[in-house]
Design a protein. Structure first.
Length: 323
């Protein structure tokens, strides 16, 4: 009888453990410590401009350590859930923004001089600070829900919550990129993108290069032309018998020609492409975006600024692999 009673009690205890799990106790992150750590990370990253380290790598490592420190005191399950959610956000949002900030700061500092170095440091500084300011309410939200959800639900909720201020950080980066590209055009290329006639000059130069390349169209050029409704051959049997709505390349809109040229260059990058060629092609794409940004400078250049920075970042990342 005693054995039977013990078995029943054991079954009841197992049932309660499964269907009535012990609530996870929340923890209280120390916000002042998070902010102070963020300031230290920003300062350490800025010091890299004196040599000896990469500011972006220092920022990434420091910010991820900050996450780990902030969840100290939470249960093991909650800590693992929060860190997994943070890793997801860093991989998909924070790290790409830090990389763009790093590329832009390197481009700016390449001009030399105190002003360039100050601006480059500021870009890294506000990138780190904006991430920390966005992280603070995010980690407070993690603490708030720690005793209300299961660990896997905490992770999902935090991924969907994401960091605040990332859009603001992205806008800051692209604003500085716009200023930088204006300066590059004037100093390096001796081109004032605001001046009358500049857009026409840049556009004519682009067409001249394209027309030379399509004298004998490649398969990639033919495929990209078809994809973007552009006509690059003077005639074809298909046009004669079936007609076409394709526009001659010299009559196409700027955005159409940009998309066509971009498509041709991107098709030159594949799994078997060697690293050196990949770096060159991404550099070509960045130069193309900078040219079209100059053409659109009086209109809406932001799209091309973003394209320029994206391709510059990719070229830089591949260059790190190559080195």
């Amino acid at each position: 009888m005693k054995i039977m009673l013990s078995i029943i009690i054991f079954i009841i205890m197992c049932f309660n453990a499964i269907y009535h799990p012990k609530p996870v106790l929340a923890w209280v992150p120390v916000i002042d410590d998070i902010k102070k750590a963020g300031e230290n990370i920003a300062e350490e990253a800025k010091n890299c401009f004196s040599g000896g380290c990469d500011p972006v790598k220092v920022a990434k490592k420091g910010l991820k350590s900050l996450v780990s420190s902030a969840v100290e005191g939470a249960s093991e399950e909650v800590e693992e859930s929060v860190i997994r959610a943070a890793d997801h956000i860093f991989d998909n949002q924070v790290d790409p923004l830090l990389e763009r900030a790093g590329v832009l700061s390197k481009e700016i500092i390449s001009f030399g001089g105190e002003e360039a170095e100050t601006r480059a440091k500021n870009i890294i500084n506000y990138a780190v600070k904006d991430v920390v300011e966005g992280f603070t309410p995010w980690i407070e939200e993690a603490s708030r829900i720690a005793d209300k959800f299961a660990p896997e639900e905490i992770e999902k909720h935090l991924i969907n919550t994401s960091f605040d201020r990332l859009d603001k950080l992205e806008n800051k980066i692209f604003k500085d990129a716009n200023l930088f590209l204006d300066r590059v055009a004037k100093i390096v290329d001796d081109v004032d993108c605001f001046a009358t006639g500049t857009a026409t000059k840049v556009r004519d130069d682009i067409y001249r290069r394209i027309l030379i390349r399509i004298e004998t169209p490649t398969r990639n050029q033919i495929e990209c032309a078809k994809q973007h409704n552009i006509k690059i051959k003077l005639w074809s049997w298909g046009d004669i018998f079936f007609g076409t709505d394709d526009i001659p390349i010299t009559q196409a809109e700027d955005g159409q020609v940009y998309a066509f040229t971009k498509c041709v260059i991107e098709k030159d990058i594949s799994i078997g492409t060697n690293t050196e060629k990949i770096i060159q092609r991404y550099s070509d794409l960045a130069s193309l975006a900078a040219d079209y940004r100059c053409i659109e400078r009086r209109g809406a250049p932001e799209y091309y600024t973003r394209e320029w920075l994206e391709f510059k970042t990719k070229a830089e990342l591949w260059l790190e692999i190559y080195d």
